[in-house]
Write a protein of this length. Structure first.
Length: 264
């Protein structure tokens, strides 16, 4: 059985930062593995530990600089990794979910996974659409916002709990092959051990270009463009009222009356 996990390098921005053109100045950002993807990786590794003959492969879209970050997934138990990048991608400030899905689908078609796990969303773009778009590209079944997974490999069925609006949970069965988007809290992602970190250095990260995937430049013509970046202006200051609950309520009521709230 093969499990393909999509992973992404995201950046965390310091509280104080400067904008450089259409990006944050590199001095104020640090790279890390996307939080949602960490849960997806952990779920895949747990499957490999509980089932026989399971290979966990990660795939990312990113330049060579991202390899140090995505090795975190290898250090936590993934068997090998694939990194998709091409000169045609260098000029794109952003990739929309459909474009990402085309690239990931091409990898999936080559790898032939039984199960694909993605994070629900990424911490930078927060679009939350790549996983389900990937399923649409592949024509497979899918389930989004999965917070519990029970896989019956012999039957080729995934029993999943999905987190819905209003605190409702749905239990459903998904036939494999399938794409599942994994929610935080489904498990407890492990820390990479020293042994795992050492082993990760020798594990394969295979680079793939567009031609390697049977694609051309038209496949990465994204419809998403970043046109401006700025810090929003602060229009007002917050006021904190000291005292116990009764005193705070009285001060708040007085402040609201002064502003004409509730006045007849």
């Amino acid at each position: 059985m093969k499990v393909l996990v999509t992973v992404k390098e995201v950046t965390a921005v310091d509280d104080e930062f400067e904008i450089d053109g259409l990006d944050i100045d590199d001095r104020y950002v640090t790279a890390d593995l996307n939080e949602w993807d960490e849960y997806a990786v952990e779920e895949a590794v747990q499957l490999s530990e509980s089932l026989d003959d399971v290979e966990v492969v990660t795939v990312t879209i990113g330049p060579s600089d991202s390899e140090e970050t995505i090795r975190q997934a290898l250090a936590k138990g993934a068997d090998r990794a694939i990194r998709v990048w091409d000169d045609a991608l260098d000029d794109d400030a952003m990739l929309d979910p459909a474009t990402k899905a085309r690239l990931l689908a091409a990898v999936a078609e080559q790898e032939g996974p039984d199960l694909i796990l993605t994070g629900v969303q990424s911490a930078d773009d927060s679009l939350g659409a790549t996983g389900v778009t990937l399923a649409d590209q592949l024509g497979t079944e899918w389930a989004a916002v999965v917070n519990a997974l029970d896989l019956d490999a012999e039957a080729g069925v995934a029993h999943v709990h999905r987190e819905l609006e209003g605190g409702v949970e749905e239990l459903t069965e998904i036939d494999l092959p399938a794409v599942l988007t994994i929610q935080t809290g489904i498990n407890e992602p492990r820390y990479a051990s020293l042994r795992g970190i050492r082993q990760a250095q020798s594990k394969e990260i295979a680079p793939k270009t567009l031609s390697d995937l049977g694609l051309d430049h038209a496949a990465v013509e994204s419809e998403l463009f970043l046109t401006d970046m700025y810090e929003p202006e602060t229009e007002s200051d917050a006021t904190y009222f000291d005292g116990d609950a009764d005193e705070q309520a009285a001060k708040l009521a007085s402040a609201l009356r002064e502003k004409g709230v509730g006045a007849e």
